[in-house]
Design a binder for this molecule. Sequence first.
Ligand code: G
Ligand code: G
Ligand code: NA
Ligand code: MN
Length: 254
Amino acid sequence: VDLWSQLGQAIEEGSLHLEYQPQVALASGCVQSVEALLRWDHPQYGSIRPDTMVRAAEGTDLMPRLTHWVFNTALRQCAEYRQAGLDAGISVNFSADDLQEREVVDLVAQSLEVWQVPAESVTVELTETAVMESHDAEARAALHGMKDLGLRVSMDDFGIGYSSMERLLRMPLDELKIDMTFVHELVSSRPHQRIVESMIGLGQKMGLSVVAEGVEDQETLDRLRALGCDLVQGFYLGRPARLAQFMEQTRAGR
Ligand code: G
Ligand code: G
Ligand code: NA
Ligand code: MN
């Protein structure tokens, strides 16, 4: 099958959608930001994972189109829930490829302008791999361009892959997201607990806000609170859901 051409068609036809998952501040209990997650319910193959879509698009002109669609849709829907009274930001995933695009900063600026979402309420989530590859001048310019617009930058999946302290020093980061593999073992394993505690300390000493993802139960939540983590995200706080259901759930939880 030519997933690539079907993905192109799906963008055209509007058959992709985003799901939203809350990131809750532990101190206040408020939803501080909302992660937008790309979804494609394919008529024949069922739900296709975002990584599969990104792999199909990367290296082609589909990638900037996909990212633009995601970013613009996320900001439009963010404007919608803010209008409805949910005072929360939006977190959008970018791939390594996105930082190679000359126009990415302009497209981001355009969407901010169109939907009137304040830049400081928008977080760009990058994986360590993306951040690692952002060594080259092009990617660094894109990252700094987004920072200059006022966006926040988050390092996703921290702790797996290519962490380097040197990179932490040199990237214009605002946030660290501790990978869920660490969070899942937090209650059952002392070594995991020590690692998570250290990651929280490291992030906070660097002046970053620290998010734990993959929180699935109360015990893990309590432990993260005791460790002073800033934000939590996971099925226990809210499953990814389409906008209408997300807004319904969030209203019910307030
Ligand atoms: O939502 P799910 O667990 O299937 O996400 C799997 C991976 O896909 C995660 O690493 C997530 O960051 C990534 N992802 C989700 N949505 C997007 C998107 O819109 N763009 C990019 N580049 N990655 C995404
Ligand atoms: O890599 P990234 O952090 O973007 O991946 C987010 C993915 O993790 C989403 O696809 C989302 O569906 C999934 N996810 C969110 N919360 C939980 C959770 O509590 N447990 C598990 N196993 N997955 C989660
Ligand atoms: Na993410
Ligand atoms: Mn992650």
